[in-house]
Write a protein that binds this ligand. Structure first.
Ligand SMILES: Nc1ncnc2c1ncn2[C@@H]1O[C@H](COP(=O)(O)OP(=O)(O)OP(=O)(O)O)[C@@H](O)[C@H]1O
Ligand SMILES: [Mg+2]
Length: 388
């Protein structure tokens, strides 16, 4: 069970069941406490047995969890809690030192943060994903050339090839015009030289995670517009974990040991990854994660300022909604569409009661209940505070 806070009226403690797989939406306007609340979930989850906890962190709000929250010592005391940091494994796409500089990395390590490089395998991307990544289609010569080269490599080497191998393959293929090959090479070389995201030898993505820590992937180092690289990370990660967990589930049912535990994936600023009204690299995979993740034990916590900007199919799959203060009418409407038959009035009506920081409306589909909850103070340090 996750200890989330107290019922605002009755003061009873509020717990969220975490044994089975869940899809949780945290929403609210800017500064209403979404990332803070997400941190409360993470604090509780990382210590649970056999659970892998991963956060997609675009705004660098979570590596601070390694420190204890001394600033709220008194608040915590009133809740019978003490400040306590959590183990954090910070995964930085590419070379951490190149991204942050040595001083920053040293400072992070001295604060107890484990810093690791995070890379993805070129061989884990399907030919179609390669095309999506470069916004190409099979009906244009460059798209066709790329598709063919990736398919041939996958055929001959499986997942074991590097970006350099792909570039060589494109150079050697003689089925395209020279201008097509040159244009494609120019793009691939940018990916090789500037992105610093692909690994040169095959490494299982899951190998990098630590089940006894909160695994924070700092996607903030990849600009939000650059080719959808943040999305690419989420796509590869969710596809891989989905596949591995489905296999593991089968083994568990047969009483065999498995290597990959159940997974809780938390995504801050989730509208970037499952946007409504347009496609994105990671959208389909995340929808599959929530729709079919129950059996393999995959959970999602998505936080967003704008529920209206999140794909409706994903919203409708959420079995728990935590709404901090929401004011924009589009967003109120998006939440209102989720109103359930057990609710006495529309969500809109309930939302009016939410006013103070840390307060949220909790709609639990499983319990068929709606409550106002005061989220408990964080034991670990929150990283999203504004400059004073
Ligand atoms: N339950 C709480 N108890 C005490 N303080 C809180 C609580 N929730 C949030 N805060 C404070 O409110 C501030 C804003 O919280 P947070 O960074 O989580 O907002 P946010 O909704 O994620 O905002 P943004 O949309 O800008 O990402 C933080 O400085 C945090 O310390
Ligand atoms: Mg936030």
């Amino acid at each position: 069970m996750i200890f989330l806070g107290r019922n605002f009226e009755s003061e009873e403690p509020i717990y969220v069941e975490s044994n089975r797989s869940r899809a949780i939406l945290i929403c609210g306007k800017r500064g209403s406490g979404k990332s803070y609340t997400m941190g409360v979930f993470l604090e509780e989850l990382y210590s649970q047995e056999n659970t892998l906890v991963i956060v997609i962190d675009p705004l660098r709000n979570f590596y601070t969890m390694s420190r204890s929250n001394e600033d709220q010592y008194d608040d915590l005391y009133r809740w019978n809690l003490t400040p306590r940091g959590t183990p954090v494994r910070l995964l930085i796409p590419g070379d951490p030192i190149k991204r942050y500089g040595e001083k920053v990395i040293d400072a992070l390590r001295s604060q107890g943060v484990q810093v690791e490089s995070f890379r993805i395998n070129p061989g884990d991307l399907t030919p179609d994903t390669w095309l999506d990544l470069f916004n190409l289609s099979l009906t244009e010569p460059m798209g066709l050339a790329l598709y063919r080269s990736v398919s041939q490599l996958r055929h001959s080497q499986g997942v074991h090839f590097s970006l350099e191998d792909l570039i060589e393959k494109v150079k050697k293929s003689n089925r395209s015009k020279e201008t097509t090959t040159e244009a494609l090479l120019a793009r691939l070389e940018v990916a090789l030289d500037e992105w610093d995201l692909f690994s040169s030898y095959y490494k299982e993505v899951t190998e990098i995670f630590d089940v006894r820590a909160v695994n924070v992937i700092d996607v903030g180092v990849l600009g939000s517009s650059r080719f959808g690289l943040r999305n690419l990370i989420v796509l590869i990660l969710t596809q891989d974990l989905f596949r591995k967990r489905s296999q593991a589930r089968l083994q568990e049912e047969l009483g065999l040991p498995t290597a990959v535990p159940k997974v809780w994936l938390a995504i801050d600023e989730a509208q970037e990854f499952v946007p409504s009204g347009r496609s994105s690299l990671s959208k389909e995979s995340l929808i599959q994660w929530v729709k079919e993740g129950r059996q393999p034990g995959l959970s999602l916590i998505a936080a967003t300022q704008q529920p209206a900007a999140i794909d409706r199919e994903l919203l409708s799959q959420c079995d728990l909604v935590l709404a901090h203060k929401v004011t924009t009418s589009d967003d109120v409407d998006a939440l209102n569409r989720l109103s359930h038959n057990y609710m006495a009035s529309e969500l809109k009506q309930y939302l009016r009661q939410i006013d103070r920081r840390g307060e949220a409306l909790l709609v639990d589909d499983e319990e068929e209940s709606v409550k106002v909850v005061q989220v408990r103070p964080r034991r670990s340090r929150h990283g999203g505070a504004e400059i004073q």
